[in-house]
Design a protein around this ligand. Sequence first.
Ligand SMILES: [Zn+2]
Length: 222
Amino acid sequence: MASTICGWCGDRTHMAMVTEPEQLPGHLAYVYTAAFQCSNEACHRLSIATVSRSGAYGSPKRDMARDGELSWQPTHIPRQEFSDVPEQIANAAVEAHACLAIRACRGAVALARAVLEATAKDKGITSGPLVTKIDEMYERNLIRDITRELAHEIREGGNEIAHGDLADEPMPPEDAEAIVALMDEILEEVYQGPARMLALKKSRLEREQRNAEKKALAQKGA
Ligand SMILES: [Zn+2]
């Protein structure tokens, strides 16, 4: 039994191996593949696991079922919610996460950059490189200082979140993850947080209004 998040139903489930592991021909490494079945009662769909190893399995069936390094097809792509973000920007942000989930790191970073550019533009910040725009968001109290520092830290780390030829840049997954996390944080601070605060405020004002009306009615009746 291997445990993973099923790419079909999205549940964390046990996957039962339903075919013998097949060792693929023509590779320098030892590549094994096998079909597994999701144990979720409502799913039971098949997924394909593949693993590339430097050495052969002693007992392929037993060893592969216990291997924590299997990669799965289909891959589970977490669907992020950006309910208070303008739709176009939110759609690009969801796609940035989808890219990250399949390790399309340059795609993830290109989309995260586009999301940040569009966010700045939406707030009327249109000139200068992206890092300057992020500074400007801080100046205008749209984001916290720590978030601005995070953007600079990513940049100091050698990752040009602002510009550069993506094709020439090394893009390890952890860098792409950091940039997408920065995108999430900025969307949270610019849109999601303020929307939550306004919703709370609105419900408080409505409550106060209802109470005032009740009181006025009661006084009338008295
Ligand atoms: Zn499933």
